[in-house]
Design a protein around this ligand. Structure first.
Ligand SMILES: [Fe+2]
Ligand SMILES: [Fe+2]
Length: 233
């Protein structure tokens, strides 16, 4: 993750200020452990699908994923509106680029849901309610709160993405392969950007406390929410 942040930072001409240094080891351990837990737990879904290829259940797997994409759009817009002018202009641009990516992800995942006969969520499905509430609460508390919480959530989600592409190949779901190959690529940028912003704008212990609060809280939520299925509206 540090590499991705570094890579993005170089590309954007940015220089991280190392605001995460005092908590970096703890944070990296928490991120790595959460990714592994989510990766391990998401296997159960595909094992079940191997035995019973039910399109409705597959649609339900994508419904909370679909919701998270559009909720990111709303949150990114709100972070830019509320806190954007405290950031460098190029960081407003980068967050806005992420917003467009998330809107495209919502559309592509929504098409998968529809093709499988499911209904596209227009409100948080049950498994995403706590996730969404925590993110919005983190956004209210601190300018880095939502960025930290969604950085944990997006990092944890990487534990499911490769398995989705593999399953798409195995079960001949070309739209799933296409969508998630693009999502994997975009997530590298999003995760790197989030880390860069946290490193750049964490200025003191109070900031670090808020970031760690958001990261820990989200880590606990994602291990359930990222492996959940929801039938949708
Ligand atoms: Fe996304
Ligand atoms: Fe993302």
């Amino acid at each position: 993750m540090t590499d991705v942040a570094g890579e993005y930072g170089e590309r954007a001409g940015g220089r991280a200020r190392g605001g995460l240094d005092p908590v970096r080891a703890e944070l990296d351990a928490l991120l790595a452990q959460t990714v592994e837990t989510v990766r391990e737990r998401s296997r159960a879904f595909w094992q079940h699908y191997e035995a019973d290829r039910d399109p409705a259940r597959l649609a339900a797997w994508f419904v909370p994923r679909c919701w998270r994409e559009i909720d990111y759009v709303f949150m990114l817009g709100e972070v830019v509106r509320r806190y954007g002018l405290e950031f460098e202009r190029r960081h407003i641009t980068a967050l806005s680029r992420q917003l467009l990516d998330e809107a495209e992800h919502y559309d592509t995942v929504a098409r998968i849901v529809e093709r499988l006969g499911g209904r596209v969520p227009v409100a948080p499905p049950p498994s995403a309610v706590e996730w969404s509430r925590f993110l919005w609460e983190s956004l209210e508390r601190h300018r880095l709160g939502a960025i930290a919480a969604w950085n944990m959530s997006e990092t944890a989600a990487t534990g499911t993405l490769e398995a989705i592409v593999e399953a798409g190949r195995r079960y001949d779901l070309p739209d799933v392969v296409r969508a998630y190959e693009q999502i994997i690529k975009d997530e590298k940028f999003h995760i790197g950007l989030g880390r860069l912003l946290l490193d750049r704008y964490c200025e003191n212990d109070a900031d670090r406390d808020e970031v760690m609060r958001a990261m820990r809280g989200m880590a606990a939520i994602t291990v359930d929410s990222h492996v959940a299925i929801d039938p949708g509206p």
